[in-house]
Write a protein that binds this ligand. Structure first.
Ligand SMILES: Cc1cc2nc3c(=O)[nH]c(=O)nc-3n(C[C@H](O)[C@H](O)[C@H](O)COP(=O)(O)OP(=O)(O)OC[C@H]3O[C@@H](n4cnc5c(N)ncnc54)[C@H](O)[C@@H]3O)c2cc1C
Length: 367
């Protein structure tokens, strides 16, 4: 462990270990089993960790969420995505009418939402809106909306004339909201590309103060960066445990596979990198919980952890050999799963540019 944990956090870790071993690992990967995972997660009090107290949740700290997510992923069990309930995301703290029309139905599972930020490179102009009386008229496009085809609404970034970038709830059943394309990515997740043509949206669907959408969107992106980092660290633990067993086993000559110096070097290197990533993760979660601005730390942790898990899985495949590239092998399945994290929620290169810019141009950031 890179951190000393309190008694409560150790209990949470044990709950997650038992849940993964006794329930998740025994469930088939079909969609019906998600319900079983969700019900058991509710019974154990894990489901509510991501939900606000006002809505019956327990509003867990970043450190608690980190411990839970890392521990669950360290078993490489199916249905981890179904363990935690929907979180408010950019709708956090909204008042009426959005609280009743969208936030509440989202948290109790009656409505699904997606996040619309990314736009195609060749878009003539970013998604924009104009207020006309009580209506916001929106035109534009979003190119990579995860879960968009099943979403009841999209929380979309819209540049509102004279007011600036704002987060807006766009109901997907409105006239002028079109799905141009549905597609899936290497990790198996599903996405949609949308266009908006003169969509009439009530102005009350603007989330928070108009023009202040970017900090709100960045808060959600920051939380998701820590989520990716915690999951990445959990999968690193799984790969290293898998490799430990593999390297203790004997090859055809009867010698343990880990006896070769070069193999041992790669194995130790993976352990060093995992230790560094996990140390960053726990430190960043504690900074975030202290109320300090953890933007730079979250960016650094997300970039390092998502790159490191890719490297460690790649090393694992190399040391196991061709068998690890058979479609059904857990290492190749993990390889596909984590690849997207180096792009989603901020490409690694752009994160590096932002960290550099923060220090060189804005005199911000401690790392
Ligand atoms: C699985 C998955 C799920 C996603 N889900 C969502 C979602 O739900 N909602 C959403 O809005 N988006 C989503 N995205 C999109 C994601 O946010 C973008 O892929 C990511 O922000 C990178 O943007 P891009 O794909 O346009 O690549 P680009 O911005 O074109 O970047 C590609 C590469 O070009 C280089 N580059 C780009 N800009 C610069 C620069 N300014 N300086 C230097 N180098 C640069 C970098 O090497 C970068 O890696 C998802 C992506 C994936 C893979």
């Amino acid at each position: 462990m890179p951190e000393t944990l309190s008694k409560e956090l150790i209990e949470l870790k044990e709950t997650c270990n038992t849940f993964a071993q006794d329930t998740l690992l025994n469930l088939p990967e079909d969609p019906d089993s998600r319900e079983t995972a969700r019900n058991e997660s509710k019974r154990l009090g894990l489901f509510m960790m991501t939900q606000p107290k006002q809505f019956g949740g327990t509003e867990a700290t970043q450190l608690e969420l980190t411990v839970a997510r890392e521990t669950l992923c360290s078993h490489n069990a199916p249905h981890v995505d179904s363990v935690f309930g929907p979180s408010p995301g950019v709708l956090g703290g909204v008042g009426e009418p959005l609280k009743s029309t969208h936030l509440s139905p989202l948290l109790n599972g009656e409505k699904r939402s997606s996040f619309g930020f990314t736009e195609p490179d060749d878009a003539p102009k970013p998604t924009s809106g104009k207020i006309e009386g009580e209506t916001l008229v929106v035109n534009g496009q979003k190119s990579y909306v995860t879960g968009g085809a099943d979403a009841d609404f999209i929380n979309a970034l819209v540049h509102i004339e004279d007011l600036g970038p704002s987060m807006v709830v766009v109901d997907t059943d409105l006239d002028g909201v079109n799905i141009d394309k549905k597609f899936s990515s290497l990790d198996g997740s599903h996405h949609a590309a949308f266009s908006f043509k003169n969509v009439n949206i009530p102005s009350s669907n603007i989330i928070g103060e108009p023009g202040k959408g970017l900090p709100r969107a960045m808060r959600q992106i920051g939380d998701t960066r820590l989520l990716f980092a915690a999951q990445a660290c959990g999968y690193m633990i799984w790969v290293i445990n898998f490799l430990t067993e593999h390297l203790k086993s004997e090859d055809r000559s009867g010698e343990p596979r880990g006896n070769k110096d070069v193999v041992r070097w790669h194995y130790a290197n993976a352990r060093i990198k995992a230790y560094a990533a996990r140390s960053m993760l726990y430190r960043t979660a504690r900074i975030a919980d202290s109320g300090e601005n953890a933007v730079n730390e979250s960016m650094a942790t997300k970039a390092f952890a998502t790159e490191t898990v890719g490297e460690i899985i790649d090393t694992g495949i190399q040391l196991v050999g061709g068998a690890a590239l058979v479609d059904t092998h857990p290492l190749v399945r993990l390889y596909k799963k984590v690849r997207a994290w180096r792009l989603a929620e901020g490409a690694s290169d752009i994160i590096r540019l932002n960290i550099g810019r923060g220090i060189l141009e804005l005199d911000k950031g401690r790392i």
